[in-house]
Design a protein around this ligand. Structure first.
Ligand SMILES: Cc1ncc(COP(=O)(O)O)c(C=O)c1O
Length: 413
């Protein structure tokens, strides 16, 4: 007799696993359950559900546990969390949040206590950096920054930082795509007892092109607002772990903070999952074709794109952990800010907006927008110059985008 659940590849699993039509009156695709509370099958079942939710008892394999209340859990979150697991190799469990910041904040607060330290790479998404400086540090959780890509310095910081609980890596870093070795950080963390958790913000290349859990990371974090959502029409966040106990701890804080993703948004995000690899592949191919052709344009001082890395250490990290270079390109224009602004004004197809990962091409000037509150010193570390423009390449026909970029670059001389 054929096995009922044979191994299938991620693109198949995302469409065939994690959703049981029998639980949704036979609906072939998930329905939306817009309910805030759930009727218990018995008082005993209610007691058991609360004991499991509170971590006092463990669910048995295959046990049906009653739902309680939608701040803790609801069917659309369960479906989304089951269906996203195959997209992240190595993941055993997931938790959905109402933004990427909510996923990052809740995962950190699930494990770090006052007196603990976090080592983190810089540059880091501005919101995360603000969370560390503006909330965690006054709260008694100290941060120690290490430049992205500095393998030896990161290992030394992990070795020397007292009470180290979390190593937080964002790779590639925004906006210059500097990469940090995930396996290098995991090896350094493994020398310590107790071992700090390694968390990776995988928003730029995951889940299609970079798989941190397979390199030994403990927790992968996403702004689902980007490639997972894919249409620049919703906010969301996801945490995925290889250890189900870690997700249980994260969900316990999520229930307290009330930042679970709402049923409608879970349903939308779930409907986007089967096309994540398609969209990321198409956008990535577009970006590679465009970046490699633009590289020699006379008005470009420097182009940042992983297949064009010339630093051997960066190329080593890229080859060790990335399957493809992704769909973000940054361009440093020779003419500085006036040239960057002229370039943005002259584009007809690419739209001038922050964010990334949508099907449409977006461009922004980080120094005056996303990084405008960052100090000069941090801008220098991040490589954010006056002439830098970040491009999130979409799924349009790459030849039209290339023509748009070339024309606008000619005008930005
Ligand atoms: C790398 C990265 N992480 C996290 C976030 C935060 O995500 P959200 O805006 O969904 O809260 C962003 C947003 O731009 C990001 O680029």
């Amino acid at each position: 007799m054929p096995h009922k659940n044979p191994y299938v590849r991620p693109d198949t699993a995302v469409l065939t696993r994690g959703f049981d039509p029998a639980l949704s009156v036979g609906s072939a695709r998930p329905a939306v359950f817009r309910s805030s509370t759930y009727v218990f099958t018995s008082p005993e079942a209610a007691e058991r559900a609360f004991a499991i939710m509170g971590g006092r008892e463990q669910a048995l394999p295959g046990e049906h546990v009653d739902l309680i209340y939608s701040r803790f859990n609801h069917p659309n979150a369960e479906i989304l969390e089951e269906q996203i697991i195959p997209l992240e190799p190595g993941a055993q469990a997931a938790a959905a949040f109402n933004s990427g910041m909510a996923a990052i904040m809740t995962s950190i607060l699930a494990f770090a206590r006052p007196g603990d330290h976090i080592v983190y790479t810089v540059p880091l998404y501005g919101g995360t950096q603000h969370f560390i400086h503006g909330f965690l540090e006054p709260f008694g959780i100290r941060g120690a920054a290490v430049r992205a890509g500095q393998t030896a310095q990161l290992a030394e910081a992990i070795r020397a930082t007292p009470n180290l609980r979390i190593v937080l890596i964002e790779t590639p870093a925004n906006p210059t795509l500097v990469m940090t070795g995930i396996r290098d950080a995991v090896s350094a963390a493994a020398q310590l007892d107790p071992r700090p958790l390694v968390m990776v913000d995988n928003t730029f290349l995951g889940p299609a092109f970079q798989h941190p859990l397979t390199h030994g990371a403990d927790i992968v974090l996403y702004s689902a607002t980007k490639y997972l959502g894919g249409f620049s029409d919703m906010l969301g966040g996801v945490a995925l772990t290889s250890d189900t106990e870690h997700i249980r701890q994260i969900k316990s804080k999520r229930g307290l903070f009330g930042n679970i993703l709402q049923p409608d948004e879970c349903w939308i995000l779930d409907s986007r999952l089967p096309t994540v690899p398609l969209r990321m592949n198409r956008a990535g191919k577009n970006a590679q074709r465009i970046a490699e052709r633009l590289a020699s344009h006379r008005n470009i001082r420097r182009i940042y794109y992983p297949s064009l890395f010339d630093d051997p250490e960066q190329a080593r990290i890229r080859d060790a952990q990335c399957d493809y270079p992704g769909a973000i390109i940054s361009i440093d224009l020779k003419g500085g800010k006036p040239a960057a602004f002229e370039f943005l004004r002259s584009l007809h197809l690419a739209r001038n907006a922050v964010s990334l990962g949508g099907v449409e091409t977006l461009v922004c000037h980080p120094k005056s927008t996303t990084h405008s509150s960052v100090s000069e010193e941090e801008l220098e570390i991040a490589g954010v110059t006056d002439g830098l423009v970040r491009v999130s390449v979409g799924i349009e026909d790459w030849r039209d985008l290339l023509a748009d970029f070339e024309r606008a670059l000619d005008l930005a001389g």
